[in-house]
Design a protein around this ligand. Structure first.
Ligand code: ZN
Ligand code: ZN
Length: 341
């Protein structure tokens, strides 16, 4: 099989590797589509962050394909099934796992981060990692199960109720998914803040009531046009300035969901008296995607969130190095690496 292999910081090559053979509890997935995530860019740059980089590594943790081989103990999927992968494999026996908080597993491993992932023609995974998806779901949409799951966990923690007014800060692919999920969760109105005019336009096309820049004039226009109290603010950027903006824009008793991954060591200023005491704000965050994959598959199947609009590029595996080395790709929306294209 062919695979995109990270051999060191900023060193990527397409290699021929032996086809994997499944153990009794494993399946081989013929990968059809694998999304490129900010985490992959960090890994490429050698900034593993939460993950200790070990080389060589096949990155890619947002993927879907077809089961082509299965071990003797595997029951819930068969050869030929279309599947999506939840790359985070929890151990099941540590204290957080046994308390039901599997995303805090102390022995967590991840396909595409600590183990070979989806930028390859084939991927060997524990059968627990695969979810059967309908054959009618395009592979690149099925591959979005993981990022949408992360977003849905954030939505679950954002306090949205039917009729809520929700703000989303940042309208990249994550912000776009958050916007659609917030509407699905019952928000009466979602207003988006985004620097890039094209992304603002896209947000409105996806259902935002309006989209604004973040300069003072834009914020004044927003306040005039949308005077209703804001009950949830979903921050999808992770910068000090946007996290502080989220605090400023929240109304009394709002929930602020910090979803954008702030660089380690990043700080933000909070004024306990004005921000927290006088408004009774809830400040929270969201960590990976525990136990929501089934709901996400149903949302994707129902076409409840329009992933066609979020996905901007489909690049064959054979040309995938350029996604990382040509920086113009980083400004786009969701890029999908297509194996067997
Ligand atoms: Zn990701
Ligand atoms: Zn565990």
């Amino acid at each position: 099989m062919k695979a995109l292999v990270l051999t060191g910081p900023r060193k990527l090559e397409i290699r021929d590797l032996p086809d994997p053979i499944p153990g009794p509890d494993e399946v081989v997935v013929d990968v059809k589509a694998c999304g490129v995530c900010g985490t992959d860019i960090h890994l490429f740059e050698g900034q593993g962050g939460a993950f200790a980089n070990e080389y060589p590594l096949i990155m890619g943790h947002e993927y879907a394909g077809v089961v082509s081989a299965a071990g003797e103990n595997v029951r819930h999927v068969s050869i030929g099934d279309h599947v999506s992968i939840d790359p985070n494999l929890y151990c099941g026996v540590c204290e957080p796992c046994r308390e039901g908080s599997v995303h805090f597993c102390e022995q967590m491993t991840g396909y595409g981060t600590t183990k070979p992932g989806g930028f390859a023609e084939k991927s060997l995974v524990n059968a627990r990692a695969v979810y059967k998806v309908p054959d009618s779901l395009p592979f690149e949409v099925a591959a979005m199960m993981e990022p949408v799951s992360c977003c849905l966990h954030g939505i679950d923690r954002s306090g949205i109720r039917p009729g809520s007014v929700v703000l989303v800060i940042g309208a990249g692919s994550i912000g776009q998914m958050m916007l659609m999920l917030a509407l699905k969760a019952g928000a009466a109105k979602v207003v988006v803040f985004e620097l890039d005019a094209a992304k603002r336009q896209k947000a409105v096309a996806l259902g935002a009531a309006a989209a604004y820049g973040t300069d003072e004039a834009s914020l004044a226009a927003y306040r005039k046009d949308h005077p209703e109290p804001v009950s949830s603010v979903i921050e999808c950027v992770g910068l000090k300035v946007t996290m502080e903006l989220a605090l400023r824009l929240a109304s009394r008793q709002a929930t602020i969901m910090l979803f954008g991954l702030a660089p380690q060591g990043e700080r933000m200023d909070i004024f306990p008296f004005d921000d927290l005491f006088k408004k009774e704000l809830t400040l929270t965050a969201s960590f990976i995607n525990p136990l929501v994959a089934g709901r996400v598959i149903r949302l994707l199947q129902a076409d409840a969130i329009n992933m066609d609009q979020v996905i901007t590029d489909r690049i064959p595996l054979s040309e995938s190095v350029k996604i990382f080395t040509d920086s113009s790709y980083r400004k786009r929306g969701k890029i999908i690496v297509m194996s067997g294209m």
